[in-house]
Design a binder for this molecule. Structure first.
Ligand code: FE2
Ligand code: FE2
Length: 437
């Protein structure tokens, strides 16, 4: 029936919403690049599903204020948010991958089997896609659990206990399912939970060369951005280092999830996912040149610059860097074209399209956030200016050793890239890799 359908879709919406907020919060705390970017993609998938669910509930139109409250599903939805307080990364992976995602997968499947594909056709289309995405997400979470436990076997027992507690609570609150809501009471924090805090320093993939400042021009204004091979390499290094933007996206999505309307989460999820694609562009580009992660500097300075500050500066940092760099991008895409480097050109061109959209998000949501706080929305530019200052002050803490080290690493990377491409400093004949996924 139409009303039951709306109630169920509303339940799914709130579950996806809570799950993606929990996933976003974990991005900076998880080291492997593949998992950070994978999580960014999954929060975007969840946000798209949640948005379709939400629109569908509006279409069903009754009761009209349905989406303003979680209602009888409150305890269930709280559990999807409670995994944010998982005691460790493997515990988080296990509880999401073995308990929450399978519960959603099974519920979507049941819903699709039990509902009318004609009367409820619009739901069938997006929920079928959501079901296939859940299967992919479950596979990834299982791999992530095993790789995380492989590195830290001492966490296995705690992770299992935590996942059992989450599974027990899920049963207690009636599961997700397609039945009526049991209106369970909320039962307080799960045993073993550890209150989530935003990490001061981001966890970083140990395969890369760790640093704060990832290229000499960050700390030395006289170091040229370069042209030819140097520009191609610099651009790919910038892209892989957009890992900071993935992390900032996750932190800010979570920080303002309950302060700003749904559209914030929807936009921030897309934003975070886009930054993860830019990061992967850089990674794939560098790998295609035959460079290895251990020689690639992965820095933290932009994330660090906003640590300990009001989370509005995470949003501000994204806005600052989007608007600072965007003007150079079309010209660089043209240069890459002139070099015959179609991959770098393609990456920069797509990046530019995303960043144009992001600059719009940044301005809009800074204004909205200031308005919600009772401050002047026009002060968004002051937030940007303060971000610029925070970065400048942080960069000033670079030690002579750090400057010398990054110059050495950059020189070695340039020399190797020049050998790989078999040309001098001029125009390298780098061809796009045959396949890109
Ligand atoms: Fe980006
Ligand atoms: Fe961006």
């Amino acid at each position: 029936m139409r009303l039951d359908t709306a109630q169920l879709l509303k339940r799914f919406f709130f579950c996806e919403r809570s799950l993606l907020v929990s996933e976003a919060a974990w991005i900076p705390a998880i080291a492997p690049l593949e998992i950070k970017t994978g999580l960014a993609r999954f929060i975007w998938q969840s946000a798209e599903t949640a948005d379709a669910l939400r629109n569908r509930v509006f279409e069903l139109r009754f009761p009209s204020r349905l989406l303003e409250e979680q209602g009888a599903d409150h305890a269930l939805i709280e559990l999807f948010g409670a995994v944010k307080d998982s005691p460790s990364a493997p515990a988080f992976f296990l509880s999401v991958g073995k308990v929450l995602l399978p519960a959603l997968r099974d519920s979507y499947r049941e819903y699709l089997e039990a509902s009318d594909a004609i009367a409820d056709g619009p739901t069938h289309r997006f929920l079928s896609l959501a079901l296939s995405e859940k299967e992919e997400q479950i596979n990834s979470f299982e791999q992530w659990t095993e790789s995380a436990l492989g590195l830290n076997p001492e966490l296995r027992e705690g992770a299992l206990t935590w996942a059992q507690a989450v599974a027990g609570r899920l049963t207690q609150v009636g599961g997700v399912g397609v039945g009526p809501s049991p209106a369970a009471e909320t039962a307080g924090p799960l045993p073993g939970s550890k209150t989530y805090v935003v990490p001061d320093r981001p966890a970083r993939d140990p395969r890369f060369w760790p640093c704060r400042f990832y290229w000499p021009d960050v700390v030395d204004p006289n170091y040229p951005y370069g042209e030819g091979l140097q520009l191609q390499l610099r651009s790919a290094i910038s892209h892989v280092n957009e890992v900071w933007a993935v992390e900032a996206g996750g932190v800010m999505l979570n920080a303002f999830a309950d302060v700003l309307p749904w559209e914030w989460i929807h936009n921030a999820a897309r934003w975070t996912y886009d930054e993860s694609r830019h990061c992967r562009m850089g990674y794939e580009r560098l790998m295609a040149w035959g460079l290895g992660p251990a020689e690639i500097p992965l820095g933290t300075y932009i994330y660090d610059s906003a640590s300990g500050q009001d989370p509005i500066y995470r949003l501000g940092m994204l806005y600052f860097f989007e608007t600072k760099n965007i003007k150079h991008k079309p010209a660089r895409a043209q240069l890459f074209h002139a070099y015959g480097d179609a991959t770098s050109e393609h990456d920069m061109d797509f990046d530019w399209a995303d960043e144009t959209m992001h600059a719009g998000y940044g301005k809009h949501w800074l204004r909205e956030l200031l308005a919600v706080r009772g401050e002047d929305p026009a002060a968004y530019d002051q937030v940007r200016e303060r971000c610029e200052r925070l970065v400048r002050e942080y960069v000033a803490t670079a030690t002579a050793q750090e400057v010398a080290d990054i110059k050495r690493v950059a020189a070695a990377l340039l020399a190797k890239a020049a050998r790989r491409t078999n040309v001098g400093a001029g125009v390298p004949p780098v061809r796009p890799s045959a396949a890109r996924h």
